[in-house]
Ligand binder design. Structure first.
Ligand code: MN
Length: 180
């Protein structure tokens, strides 16, 4: 329909690369500004970080470099972190431990972020668990897609620490501070 081609190259035990070509029209309207260009004041970010201190977060990310980067950022601000490399592992960890929120990559092997979120939202005990997607290309459709899968919000990759902390602070609180 878009005058392109789609194909994939697959190797057993290694993985699959999907390629496609498409002819697209240039975007007419302004791209979404929220993630990348809105400046955040230092005070606002400091406050967000202070509010997150002591929270326990599950970081679900298959890319080692991204995982390391986000892990370091979170630990440096006194946020407790556990990591999972795919959605299946995340579901296991969430069964075993209580978390104050989840940072969820979308493209992952075994079980992706969308499916993982749908599994969680189908369970009463995880209905209110804050889940924030992390995806590359903060295009308009991406945000809708993560929201419709049941995630609360969206953080664009490459991760900008200030944006990440202020997004997290909108949804995640350390358990001790929560009204029960
Ligand atoms: Mn990924």
């Amino acid at each position: 329909m878009m005058g392109g081609r789609i194909w994939l190259e697959s190797e057993p035990d290694v993985g699959t690369t999907v390629y496609f070509t498409a002819r697209l029209n240039k975007q007419q309207e302004e791209p979404e500004a929220a993630d990348s260009t809105t400046p955040l004041s230092v005070a606002a970010v400091d406050q967000a970080v202070a509010r997150l201190r002591g929270a326990k977060v599950l970081l679900v990310e298959d890319n080692e470099i991204n995982q390391e980067l986000v892990l370091e950022l979170l630990l440096s601000k006194g946020i407790e972190v556990e990591t999972a490399n795919d959605g299946r592992r995340a579901l296991d960890l969430l069964e075993q431990e209580r978390f104050d929120g989840v940072l969820m990559d979308c493209q992952m092997p075994v079980m992706d972020g969308y499916e993982t979120t749908r599994h969680l939202r189908a369970q009463e005990k995880f209905k209110d668990l804050p889940i924030l997607a992390m995806t590359a290309n903060a295009m308009k459709g991406d945000r809708e897609k993560v929201l419709s899968a049941g995630m609360n919000d969206h953080i664009a990759k490459p991760i900008k620490p200030d944006v990440m902390f202020s997004r997290m602070e909108k949804w995640i609180r350390p358990r001790a501070e929560r009204v029960t």
